[in-house]
Design a protein around this ligand. Sequence first.
Ligand code: HEC
Ligand code: HEC
Length: 367
Amino acid sequence: MSRSVDLRTLRRRALASATAALMAAGMAAHADAPAMLGKLGRAATPAEVKAWNIDVRADFKGLPPGSGSVARGQEVWEARCENCHGTFGESNEVFFPMVGGTTAADIKSGHVAGLLDPNAPARTTLMKLAQLSTLWDYINRAMPWNQPKSLATDDVYAVTAYILNLGNIVPADFVLSDKNMAEVQGRLPNRNGMTREHGMWDVNGKPDVQGSACMNQCASAVAITSRLPEYARNAHGDIALQNRMIGGVRGAETALPAPSTFVALAARQAPPASGVAPAQSEGLKLAQSHACLACHGIGNKIVGPALLDIHKKYAAQPKADAVRLLIVRIKSGGTGLWGNTPMPAQDHVPDVEVRTLADWIATGKFQ
Ligand code: HEC
Ligand code: HEC
C-alpha cells in the first residue's frame, strides 16, 4: 500500500468521523434537550465553550490579537514544519507542495492562471487558497501535525507570514498581524478563484450545494429499522482481527461482547490467566497521551510501522540493547528504516517516559 493511499485513507476516516459527530449533534438537537440534560452530562460552561470556539471566519472574526514577522516565521518553519513540508514548502513527500505555481500577474488578478493549465505539475496550497483566514486557522488548529495546537499565537502569524513570503505575496521584512490580515487577503493569488457556480464533482455540472433553506418538517424521532441478526454476528470470524491495513475500525464487535478497542485487541492477543481484562500498562497510557498511536497501530501500520512489527524487528537482540536503540529512535525520530515518511523527533517526551515506551515496545506485551 503506498503512502499516498494511506494519507487518503486517513483523510477519509477523519471525514467519516466528523460526519458521524455532526449526525450525532443533529440527532441530539432533535431530541428533547432539556429532558436529556438532567441525565447526560451537564451544560458546558462559558469558559469551555470559549476554549472550543477557535474558528476564524472569512471576514477574520475570531482572529486573536497578535503578530509575527517573516524572519521569526522562518525560525518556526525550520524547527517545526520543514521536516515534513520541505525547506521551501516544496516537499511532495508528506503532502503536496505548499508553495509554487503562482505569479505576480496572479496576485494582480486574483485568479491563478496555472489552475487552468493541464500541464501544471501540481496544484499547490498557495495556488488554491482563496481565504487567508483558512491558512491561519488550519495551522492554528492542526499543525504541526504531530503536535497540533502547540504553536503560540504570534508564531502562527509568523509562520503564515513566512509561507506568504515564500510565495512572494509579502516582502521579507513583513510583519503579519490581526490588523493587516484583511489587507494581505487582497493580495492572495487565488482570492477571486472560488466559485459555487458548478457541480462539486463535475465542473461542467449543475451546482449541487445551493439549495434553499430546507430546515422545516424535519423528522422528530429516529427509528432503527434494521439490525444485524444474532445468527450473522460471527459469520465471518472476528472482523477486528482481519486484514486491517488502516487501523482500528469501529463497529460491531463480532466475536466478543466487549467494545472494539485496541485494548480489547491486545487483551485477546495475550489473554490474562484470570480472564479479567488487564489494567492498561504505563506504556499504553503514554503511547496514547503522546499520540504515538495516531501514527502507529499496535498490530497494524498507519503512518508508521505497527508496534508489533517494531517489536519483532528487535526481538532477536538482548533486550537491554533493543531498549537503548529504541530510546534513540524515539527521541531523535528519523526516516528510511520503514519507508520515506519521517518519524518526527519526540524530544518533547520526558526521558523517563521515553524509557518506559522503549521498554514497552521491546517487551512486546501491548496492554
Ligand atoms: C509530522 C509531519 C508534519 C509536520 C511537522 C507539519 N505538517 Fe503540515 N501537514 C502534514 C500533513 C500530513 C498534512 C495533510 C493533512 C491532511 O490533509 O489531513 C499537512 C497539511 C498542512 C497544510 C494544509 C495544506 C493544504 O493545501 O491543505 C498546511 C498549511 C500545513 N500543513 C502547515 C504546516 C505548518 C505551518 C507546520 C509547522 C508549524 C506544519 N505544517 C508541520 C504534515 C506535517
Ligand atoms: C507523525 C507520525 C508519528 C508519530 C506521532 C510517532 N511516530 Fe514513530 N515512526 C513514524 C514513522 C513514519 C516511522 C518510520 C521511520 C523510518 O522509516 O525510519 C516511525 C518509527 C518509529 C520507531 C523506530 C522503529 C525502528 O525500526 O527503529 C519507533 C521505536 C517509534 N517510531 C516509536 C514511536 C513512539 C514511542 C512515538 C510516540 C512518543 C512515536 N513513534 C510517534 C511515525 C510517527
